[in-house]
Ligand binder design. Structure first.
Ligand SMILES: *Cc1c(COP(=O)(O)O)cnc(C)c1O
Length: 398
């Protein structure tokens, strides 16, 4: 509500958390996992602290972690990066994203992204002085997926477009971009000489067997123009540790490092030390976590559908989008403000993830529910939603 309007988004998270506390509602708003990380990883951090690994790490990150990240990209995606110079450890994906936008764009530049988007993207663009242009992801009316409109994407590029900020698997929709969509996006970057900055923090949390995560950097001609960003937070249920990383050609990594060193310089030595060892075994851990979260997604999805709130498909991540119109609402903000009193559940209006507040793009009739919660909380939320559903037969759910 202040200049630029993003203050409204902050106030929604604060307001909803406060509402949850006041009403005793189950908080399915923010995506803070209620699940524990790998026990061995937690022990390793404690051991690293006790062993005295508590001082500044190198600005680029501990060499052992950079090597583990390089090995991870090669093993999983066939992408080769030099641990020295092409891998940078950051204070969460958030710092990597902010430093990349600050290093690579400035006033007069345009950044292209999709709508809805993660809230750090508009904030980063505001910090750098660049203009954020967002192409809507269109929810298909049959309750299926959010689709890329290739024509709209091409039309959004101008001579000033410098950078594509690309998030797949996507928050808040749970969409995994398809191979065809990735081809379209890669061609757009090559044809217009764009740098791609990709946010892949949900790379290990893809649940549908049909969908597969493929980094944009792995497409032809893309490695040399792409900065690939990820993080340990979502993969290992350690969002409070804030260890992220960026991989890319040396000139992009150097540019990001030049900003990063004056944001935090470096952070998280014992966490980095422990993650260096855990990353080699991430596939086994992530397979188990996916099994858990897949079941949680089903619990929430069935609960929403039974209550007449039509969920969209989410192939990945922490969240389901629900169409609230069967409850007679068209305004997600009103729905989410009334839901705690009415049903004892907190959700976030998807308009909070609009690239431009008050802009077109993301429909107002969507609400985001998080399933990275304890199963008892999801079951209880489902029961409460059903009890609070409007009378009459629920609309058929696809
Ligand atoms: C959680 C999240 C981040 C933040 O990652 P950190 O490592 O906690 O900084 C970035 N992007 C998306 C899409 C996220 O959901």
């Amino acid at each position: 509500m202040t200049s630029g309007g993003r203050a409204i988004e902050t106030s929604i998270f604060t307001e909803m958390t406060e509402l949850a506390r006041r009403t005793g509602a189950i908080n399915l708003g923010q995506g803070i996992p209620e699940l524990a990380g790998p026990p061995a990883l937690l022990r390793e951090v404690a051991a690293a602290v006790q062993a005295g690994e508590n001082q500044y790490p190198p600005a680029y990150g501990l060499p052992a972690l950079r090597e583990a990240i390089a090995a991870h990209q090669l093993r999983r995606y066939g992408l080769g990066y030099a641990a020295d110079g092409e891998v940078l450890v950051t204070t969460g994906a958030t710092e990597a994203l902010a430093a990349a936008v600050l290093a690579l764009t400035g006033p007069g530049d345009e950044i292209l992204t999709f709508d809805p988007c993660y809230d750090a993207y508009p904030a980063g663009a505001r910090l750098s002085g660049a203009t954020l242009t967002a192409v809507p992801l269109t929810p298909d009316p049959d309750g299926g997926r959010f689709a890329l409109d290739a024509t709209a994407l091409r039309a959004a590029v101008t001579p000033r477009t410098r950078l594509l900020l690309f998030n797949s698997p996507h928050n808040p929709t749970g969409k995994v971009f398809t191979p065809d969509e990735l081809d379209t996006i890669a061609a757009l970057c090559r044809d217009n000489d764009l740098i791609a900055v990709t946010d892949e923090v949900y790379e290990h949390l893809v649940y549908d067997d049909g969908a597969r995560h493929l980094p944009l950097a792995a497409l032809p001609g893309m490695r040399e123009r792409t900065l690939t960003i990820s993080s340990a937070g979502k993969t290992f249920n350690v969002t409070g540790w804030k260890v992220g990383w960026a991989c890319g050609p040396a000139h992009l990594v150097a540019a990001v490092t030049s900003v990063k060193q004056f944001l935090t310089y470096a952070s998280g030595t014992p966490y980095q030390a422990a993650l260096a060892r855990a990353l080699d075994g991430v596939e086994e851990w992530a397979a188990g976590l996916r099994g858990t979260l897949r079941a949680h997604r089903a619990l929430l999805g069935e609960g929403l559908a039974a209550a007449g709130l039509r969920p969209y498909r989410a192939e990945a991540g922490y969240f389901l989008q629900a169409d609230i119109r069967p409850w007679g609402y068209t305004d997600g903000m009103r729905f989410c403000r009334e839901l705690p009193e009415r049903a004892g559940v907190v959700a976030i209006p998807t308009v909070a993830f609009r690239a431009a507040p008050g802009g077109a793009g993301t429909p107002a009739w969507l609400a985001r529910f998080s399933f990275c919660k304890r199963p008892e909380a999801l079951r209880e939320a489902a029961a409460r939603l059903s009890a609070a559903a409007p009378a009459g037969p629920p609309r058929p759910t696809a």
